[in-house]
Write a protein that binds this ligand. Structure first.
Ligand SMILES: Cc1cc2nc3c(=O)[nH]c(=O)nc-3n(C[C@H](O)[C@H](O)[C@H](O)COP(=O)(O)O)c2cc1C
Length: 242
Protein backbone atom coordinates (compact mmCIF):
# COMPACT_ATOMS: atom_id res chain seq x y z
CA UNK A 1 0.00 0.00 0.00
CA UNK A 2 1.20 3.51 -0.66
CA UNK A 3 1.72 4.64 2.95
CA UNK A 4 1.84 8.36 2.31
CA UNK A 5 -1.65 8.49 0.83
CA UNK A 6 -3.41 6.00 3.08
CA UNK A 7 -2.37 7.80 6.25
CA UNK A 8 -3.74 11.15 5.15
CA UNK A 9 -7.20 10.58 6.55
CA UNK A 10 -8.49 8.64 9.53
CA UNK A 11 -11.14 5.94 9.25
CA UNK A 12 -13.84 7.81 11.18
CA UNK A 13 -13.30 11.04 9.29
CA UNK A 14 -13.38 9.11 6.02
CA UNK A 15 -16.72 7.51 6.87
CA UNK A 16 -18.25 10.88 7.80
CA UNK A 17 -17.00 12.67 4.70
CA UNK A 18 -17.35 10.32 1.75
CA UNK A 19 -19.69 12.24 -0.51
CA UNK A 20 -21.28 11.15 -3.76
CA UNK A 21 -18.83 12.48 -6.37
CA UNK A 22 -20.32 13.05 -9.82
CA UNK A 23 -17.75 15.32 -11.49
CA UNK A 24 -14.28 14.14 -12.35
CA UNK A 25 -11.11 15.66 -13.69
CA UNK A 26 -9.42 14.16 -16.76
CA UNK A 27 -6.66 12.68 -14.63
CA UNK A 28 -6.52 8.92 -15.18
CA UNK A 29 -6.79 6.51 -12.27
CA UNK A 30 -3.56 4.59 -11.87
CA UNK A 31 -3.39 0.79 -11.90
CA UNK A 32 -1.88 1.00 -8.41
CA UNK A 33 -4.82 2.99 -7.03
CA UNK A 34 -7.32 0.70 -8.74
CA UNK A 35 -5.65 -2.38 -7.31
CA UNK A 36 -5.67 -0.87 -3.83
CA UNK A 37 -9.30 0.23 -4.06
CA UNK A 38 -10.40 -3.22 -5.21
CA UNK A 39 -8.23 -4.92 -2.61
CA UNK A 40 -9.96 -2.90 0.10
CA UNK A 41 -13.38 -3.47 -1.47
CA UNK A 42 -12.79 -7.20 -1.23
CA UNK A 43 -11.99 -6.95 2.49
CA UNK A 44 -15.74 -6.57 3.02
CA UNK A 45 -17.69 -9.29 4.80
CA UNK A 46 -20.03 -11.69 3.00
CA UNK A 47 -22.26 -14.57 4.12
CA UNK A 48 -20.04 -17.55 5.09
CA UNK A 49 -17.12 -15.57 3.64
CA UNK A 50 -18.18 -16.78 0.17
CA UNK A 51 -17.06 -13.53 -1.46
CA UNK A 52 -19.72 -13.79 -4.17
CA UNK A 53 -18.51 -10.67 -5.96
CA UNK A 54 -16.74 -9.91 -9.20
CA UNK A 55 -15.82 -6.44 -10.48
CA UNK A 56 -15.75 -5.47 -14.13
CA UNK A 57 -13.53 -2.45 -14.63
CA UNK A 58 -14.35 -0.28 -17.65
CA UNK A 59 -11.68 2.11 -18.85
CA UNK A 60 -10.65 3.00 -22.43
CA UNK A 61 -10.61 -0.15 -24.53
CA UNK A 62 -13.17 -0.51 -27.32
CA UNK A 63 -15.62 -2.73 -25.45
CA UNK A 64 -15.39 -0.64 -22.30
CA UNK A 65 -16.16 2.51 -24.27
CA UNK A 66 -19.23 0.81 -25.77
CA UNK A 67 -20.34 -0.32 -22.32
CA UNK A 68 -19.85 3.20 -20.93
CA UNK A 69 -21.98 4.52 -23.77
CA UNK A 70 -24.81 2.10 -22.97
CA UNK A 71 -24.62 3.19 -19.34
CA UNK A 72 -24.43 6.87 -20.25
CA UNK A 73 -27.56 6.62 -22.40
CA UNK A 74 -29.37 4.91 -19.53
CA UNK A 75 -28.09 7.55 -17.08
CA UNK A 76 -29.61 10.28 -19.26
CA UNK A 77 -32.92 8.44 -19.63
CA UNK A 78 -33.19 7.72 -15.89
CA UNK A 79 -32.25 11.26 -14.88
CA UNK A 80 -34.66 12.83 -17.37
CA UNK A 81 -37.46 10.63 -15.97
CA UNK A 82 -36.55 11.51 -12.35
CA UNK A 83 -36.06 15.18 -13.14
CA UNK A 84 -39.60 15.43 -14.45
CA UNK A 85 -41.18 13.01 -11.94
CA UNK A 86 -39.64 14.69 -8.90
CA UNK A 87 -40.28 18.20 -10.31
CA UNK A 88 -36.76 19.47 -9.97
CA UNK A 89 -37.69 22.74 -11.69
CA UNK A 90 -40.50 23.58 -9.28
CA UNK A 91 -40.69 24.90 -5.71
CA UNK A 92 -37.22 25.53 -4.27
CA UNK A 93 -35.83 24.20 -7.57
CA UNK A 94 -36.53 27.66 -9.00
CA UNK A 95 -33.99 29.23 -6.64
CA UNK A 96 -30.52 28.82 -8.09
CA UNK A 97 -28.83 28.42 -4.71
CA UNK A 98 -31.23 25.82 -3.25
CA UNK A 99 -29.93 22.29 -2.56
CA UNK A 100 -32.55 21.02 -5.02
CA UNK A 101 -31.33 23.07 -7.96
CA UNK A 102 -27.67 22.45 -7.04
CA UNK A 103 -28.37 18.71 -7.15
CA UNK A 104 -30.21 19.09 -10.46
CA UNK A 105 -27.23 20.95 -11.98
CA UNK A 106 -24.85 18.33 -10.69
CA UNK A 107 -27.03 15.55 -12.13
CA UNK A 108 -27.41 17.36 -15.47
CA UNK A 109 -23.64 17.48 -15.80
CA UNK A 110 -23.14 13.94 -14.54
CA UNK A 111 -25.62 12.44 -17.01
CA UNK A 112 -24.37 14.52 -19.94
CA UNK A 113 -20.73 13.57 -19.29
CA UNK A 114 -21.14 10.08 -17.89
CA UNK A 115 -18.86 8.46 -20.49
CA UNK A 116 -15.99 10.77 -19.49
CA UNK A 117 -15.60 9.16 -16.05
CA UNK A 118 -12.07 7.71 -16.13
CA UNK A 119 -13.25 4.42 -14.66
CA UNK A 120 -16.62 2.74 -14.30
CA UNK A 121 -16.87 -0.32 -12.09
CA UNK A 122 -19.66 -2.86 -12.36
CA UNK A 123 -19.87 -4.87 -9.12
CA UNK A 124 -21.47 -8.23 -9.91
CA UNK A 125 -23.08 -10.72 -7.55
CA UNK A 126 -22.78 -14.47 -8.08
CA UNK A 127 -25.99 -16.04 -6.79
CA UNK A 128 -25.35 -19.28 -4.93
CA UNK A 129 -28.82 -20.16 -3.64
CA UNK A 130 -32.46 -19.21 -4.13
CA UNK A 131 -32.81 -15.44 -4.04
CA UNK A 132 -32.80 -14.28 -0.42
CA UNK A 133 -33.49 -10.88 1.20
CA UNK A 134 -29.95 -10.93 2.67
CA UNK A 135 -28.24 -11.31 -0.74
CA UNK A 136 -27.57 -7.57 -0.97
CA UNK A 137 -25.63 -7.77 2.29
CA UNK A 138 -23.01 -9.87 0.50
CA UNK A 139 -22.39 -7.33 -2.26
CA UNK A 140 -23.19 -3.79 -1.08
CA UNK A 141 -20.73 -3.67 1.83
CA UNK A 142 -17.92 -4.18 -0.69
CA UNK A 143 -19.33 -1.32 -2.78
CA UNK A 144 -19.18 1.01 0.21
CA UNK A 145 -15.67 -0.21 1.07
CA UNK A 146 -14.73 0.62 -2.51
CA UNK A 147 -16.04 4.18 -2.18
CA UNK A 148 -14.33 4.65 1.20
CA UNK A 149 -11.05 3.33 -0.18
CA UNK A 150 -11.33 5.70 -3.14
CA UNK A 151 -11.92 8.57 -0.73
CA UNK A 152 -8.86 7.55 1.28
CA UNK A 153 -6.74 7.81 -1.86
CA UNK A 154 -8.15 11.20 -2.85
CA UNK A 155 -10.49 9.77 -5.47
CA UNK A 156 -14.27 9.64 -5.47
CA UNK A 157 -17.29 8.01 -7.00
CA UNK A 158 -20.96 7.33 -6.60
CA UNK A 159 -23.19 4.30 -6.35
CA UNK A 160 -25.71 4.31 -9.22
CA UNK A 161 -28.33 1.99 -10.65
CA UNK A 162 -27.67 2.79 -14.31
CA UNK A 163 -26.82 -0.83 -15.12
CA UNK A 164 -30.37 -1.92 -14.35
CA UNK A 165 -31.97 -0.96 -17.64
CA UNK A 166 -29.16 -2.24 -19.85
CA UNK A 167 -28.03 -5.38 -18.07
CA UNK A 168 -28.90 -7.70 -20.97
CA UNK A 169 -26.96 -5.54 -23.44
CA UNK A 170 -24.01 -5.34 -21.03
CA UNK A 171 -24.04 -9.10 -20.51
CA UNK A 172 -23.96 -9.70 -24.28
CA UNK A 173 -21.24 -7.10 -24.86
CA UNK A 174 -18.98 -8.08 -21.95
CA UNK A 175 -19.54 -11.86 -21.99
CA UNK A 176 -21.12 -11.90 -18.51
CA UNK A 177 -22.87 -15.21 -17.70
CA UNK A 178 -26.66 -15.01 -17.57
CA UNK A 179 -26.89 -16.06 -13.91
CA UNK A 180 -24.66 -13.20 -12.72
CA UNK A 181 -26.45 -10.18 -11.22
CA UNK A 182 -25.15 -6.74 -12.13
CA UNK A 183 -25.64 -5.07 -8.77
CA UNK A 184 -24.44 -1.51 -9.31
CA UNK A 185 -22.58 0.88 -11.57
CA UNK A 186 -19.90 3.01 -9.87
CA UNK A 187 -18.07 5.70 -11.82
CA UNK A 188 -14.76 6.65 -10.23
CA UNK A 189 -12.15 9.32 -10.73
CA UNK A 190 -10.32 12.28 -9.26
CA UNK A 191 -13.00 14.66 -7.95
CA UNK A 192 -13.61 18.07 -9.43
CA UNK A 193 -14.58 19.69 -6.15
CA UNK A 194 -14.07 17.92 -2.91
CA UNK A 195 -15.31 15.52 -0.31
CA UNK A 196 -16.56 16.90 2.99
CA UNK A 197 -18.98 16.17 5.82
CA UNK A 198 -22.08 14.46 4.45
CA UNK A 199 -25.43 15.79 5.61
CA UNK A 200 -28.09 13.53 7.00
CA UNK A 201 -31.15 14.00 9.19
CA UNK A 202 -30.63 14.22 12.98
CA UNK A 203 -29.55 11.01 14.68
CA UNK A 204 -32.52 11.26 17.04
CA UNK A 205 -34.82 10.51 14.09
CA UNK A 206 -33.03 7.26 13.32
CA UNK A 207 -32.35 5.65 16.68
CA UNK A 208 -34.81 4.02 19.04
CA UNK A 209 -33.95 2.18 22.22
CA UNK A 210 -35.94 -0.66 23.65
CA UNK A 211 -38.82 -0.31 21.19
CA UNK A 212 -40.13 1.56 18.18
CA UNK A 213 -40.35 5.33 18.48
CA UNK A 214 -38.45 5.56 21.76
CA UNK A 215 -35.66 8.03 21.11
CA UNK A 216 -32.88 7.76 23.69
CA UNK A 217 -31.44 10.98 25.11
CA UNK A 218 -27.90 9.94 24.08
CA UNK A 219 -28.76 9.79 20.36
CA UNK A 220 -27.29 13.18 19.49
CA UNK A 221 -25.06 14.27 16.63
CA UNK A 222 -21.55 15.56 17.33
CA UNK A 223 -21.46 19.31 18.01
CA UNK A 224 -21.54 21.32 14.82
CA UNK A 225 -23.15 18.63 12.66
CA UNK A 226 -25.16 20.14 9.81
CA UNK A 227 -28.32 18.39 8.70
CA UNK A 228 -30.23 17.90 5.48
CA UNK A 229 -33.95 18.25 4.96
CA UNK A 230 -33.86 15.51 2.31
CA UNK A 231 -35.76 12.32 3.05
CA UNK A 232 -39.12 11.83 4.76
CA UNK A 233 -39.44 14.29 7.65
CA UNK A 234 -39.49 12.95 11.19
CA UNK A 235 -39.10 9.44 12.49
CA UNK A 236 -42.83 8.90 12.73
CA UNK A 237 -43.11 8.61 8.95
CA UNK A 238 -43.63 4.96 8.16
CA UNK A 239 -43.67 4.24 4.46
CA UNK A 240 -46.83 2.46 3.44
CA UNK A 241 -45.73 -0.23 0.96
CA UNK A 242 -49.12 -0.15 -0.87
C1 LIG B 1 -28.98 2.21 -3.60
C2 LIG B 1 -28.46 3.53 -4.14
C3 LIG B 1 -28.79 3.91 -5.43
C4 LIG B 1 -28.30 5.10 -5.95
N1 LIG B 1 -28.58 5.42 -7.26
C5 LIG B 1 -28.08 6.54 -7.78
C6 LIG B 1 -28.27 6.83 -9.16
O1 LIG B 1 -28.87 6.04 -9.90
N2 LIG B 1 -27.72 7.98 -9.65
C7 LIG B 1 -27.01 8.83 -8.86
O2 LIG B 1 -26.53 9.84 -9.37
N3 LIG B 1 -26.81 8.59 -7.54
C8 LIG B 1 -27.33 7.46 -7.00
N4 LIG B 1 -27.08 7.16 -5.67
C9 LIG B 1 -26.32 8.11 -4.83
C10 LIG B 1 -27.22 8.84 -3.82
O3 LIG B 1 -27.98 9.81 -4.49
C11 LIG B 1 -26.31 9.48 -2.76
O4 LIG B 1 -25.62 8.45 -2.11
C12 LIG B 1 -27.11 10.26 -1.73
O5 LIG B 1 -27.78 11.32 -2.34
C13 LIG B 1 -26.24 10.80 -0.63
O6 LIG B 1 -25.25 11.62 -1.19
P1 LIG B 1 -24.10 12.24 -0.25
O7 LIG B 1 -23.45 11.05 0.41
O8 LIG B 1 -23.19 12.99 -1.15
O9 LIG B 1 -24.79 13.09 0.76
C14 LIG B 1 -27.52 5.96 -5.14
C15 LIG B 1 -27.17 5.56 -3.85
C16 LIG B 1 -27.62 4.36 -3.36
C17 LIG B 1 -27.17 3.92 -1.97
Amino acid sequence: MSESKTHMIGLLEGIASTRAIRRFTDEPVSDEDLAQILFLATRAPSGSNRQPWRFIVLRDDERSLQAKQLLGEMARRMWEFKRRGDRYDEGSGQRKDSPKSRLARSMDHFAAHFEEAPVVILPCFLPYRESNPMDGASIYPCCQNLLLAARGLGLGGVMTGFQAGVDQELKALLGIPESVVLSACIPLGHPQGSHGPVRRRPLSEFVFEGGWDQTPTWAVDPTGTRHTRAGPPGHRTVIDPK
